[in-house]
Design a protein around this ligand. Structure first.
Ligand SMILES: *[C@@H]1O[C@H](CO)[C@@H](O)[C@H](O)[C@H]1NC(C)=O
Ligand SMILES: *[C@@H]1O[C@H](CO)[C@@H](O)[C@H](O)[C@H]1NC(C)=O
Ligand SMILES: *[C@@H]1O[C@H](CO)[C@@H](O)[C@H](O)[C@H]1NC(C)=O
Ligand SMILES: *[C@@H]1O[C@H](CO)[C@@H](O)[C@H](O)[C@H]1NC(C)=O
Length: 372
């Protein structure tokens, strides 16, 4: 944590072209001791021109801090709520009323997405959420419709790559057979509601789990180990993973379903490949690649909406997945930038670091209260 003359100091990257960061979102997780005041985090987002934020719940203090901004927000129902949303009458209606509709007023919160669960089919959960996720999605979708929110607010499920069968080539990849009973009706719901299929992808974890995984294939600067999947050649893991999902969607009958990349990033500690230098390079190359609109071999020229993971380090997150788990932030948990990053994906705009006293924002934002 940085300590300055007057207590905490926080650095914000001020970009030359703030508006150009549109399209890029960030995940705002809050599993920290002394999390930054939400009003301050909102200033951090605004100072960096970030227009989309993905949350992991629907915290009132966080949401009221986002009120009156034009930031697009994804609220979420956590996994431990899925069962209630699925099986308790009226629970999804109440959830939508309290966590979506209540913020829909002039000067309210620009909620665009509801995430139903978070990676609910992760293998490590042993199928705990396998049965409840689909009915929870269905109930949330119905609740959004009843509340008259369905045109502007879409329900999605942030899956992780565990839903795919891990075929050797992108074009051969399918959804895991054991999930089809759940996933096919979900696809129908997404298609009916014009919602995208959302997935979190982590080339870093491929490298972490398999030290032979070529680092240059995880990155975006060309590779000595391309994947040949005639007629396509893959030079980076992200495009290969996106096309693996797109091939699975095609095979399931949804060749045009949009994909939303819910989490992507690189950590800065906890593993020999988790360094500030590599994370800064990875994230910059990633942003440049995705914002270039080059698309993937199966979807050339198609922009994939993406959310960086994450905005801030989370210093009391479980390290069960690995010792890197608390170090995904582009900013340390106290809001200090870890590396220079041009979020707009436009080269040659140097970023300027400024020092801002935390208390100013804190005070400024104590007064913003929303009527519920
Ligand atoms: C709304 O979201 C909050 C925060 O995630 C949760 O605690 C609360 O139970 C939700 N409200 C309803 C009515 O489910
Ligand atoms: C899943 O099963 C493994 C092995 O049986 C167990 O160690 C783990 O705690 C279980 N996880 C959950 C979330 O139930
Ligand atoms: C899900 O449903 C299947 C089939 O009905 C059942 O065997 C399984 O125990 C259920 N799993 C959970 C976690 O409830
Ligand atoms: C998906 O939606 C499109 C457009 O609404 C429709 O034409 C198509 O038939 C749907 N696909 C499936 C498999 O239901």
């Amino acid at each position: 944590m940085a300590k300055g003359l007057g207590g905490w100091v926080v650095m914000v990257l001020l970009m030359g072209v703030l508006e150009s960061a549109s399209g890029l979102g960030v995940n705002w997780g809050t599993i920290s001791i002394n999390p930054l005041p939400p009003g301050y985090v909102v200033k951090l987002l605004q100072a960096n021109g970030i227009k989309k934020v993905k949350l992991f719940d629907a915290d009132f203090d966080v949401l009221r801090s986002l009120a009156g901004t034009d930031i697009e927000v994804m609220v979420a129902a956590p996994n431990d709520m899925l069962s209630r949303l699925a099986y308790t009458d009226g629970a999804a209606d109440d959830w939508v009323k309290e966590n979506v509709t209540a913020y829909n007023f002039q000067g309210g919160v620009n909620i665009r997405w509801v995430a139903v669960g978070n990676e609910p089919f992760l293998t490590g959960y042993n199928g705990s959420y396998l049965n409840s996720t689909l009915p929870a999605l269905r109930n949330i979708v119905n609740a959004l419709q009843k509340a008259g929110q369905a045109d502007t607010v879409k329900a999605i499920i942030p899956f992780n790559a565990d839903i795919l069968d891990g075929a050797a080539l992108p074009s051969q990849t399918r959804f895991k057979v054991e999930y089809l009973d759940q996933i096919l009706p979900m696809l129908q719901i997404f298609n009916n509601t014009n919602a995208p299929f959302s997935v979190n992808l982590y080339p870093f974890i491929s490298k972490y789990q398999n030290p032979d995984f070529p680092l240059d294939f995880a990155f975006f600067m060309g590779t000595t180990s391309p994947v040949n999947d005639p007629p396509n050649v893959y030079n980076n893991a992200l495009d290969a993973s996106l096309d693996a999902l797109i091939a699975a969607l095609r095979a399931a009958g949804y060749p045009n379903m949009p994909v939303l990349l819910g989490e992507i990033g690189w950590p800065t500690d906890g593993n020999e490949f988790a360094t500030v230098a590599l994370a800064g390079q990875y994230n910059q190359q990633l942003i440049n690649h995705l914002q270039s609109n080059v698309g993937t071999p199966l979807r050339p020229g198609v922009f994939t909406e993406f959310y960086m993971f994450g905005l801030l380090d989370e210093n009391i997150k479980s390290i069960l997945p690995g010792p890197y788990e608390r170090h995904w932030g582009m900013f340390f948990y106290d809001g200090v930038a870890k590396y220079d990053l041009n979020l707009a994906g436009v080269p040659l705009h140097s970023s300027v670091s400024v020092i801002l006293p935390l208390s100013n924002f804190h005070l400024q934002f104590r007064i913003s209260v929303i009527a519920k």
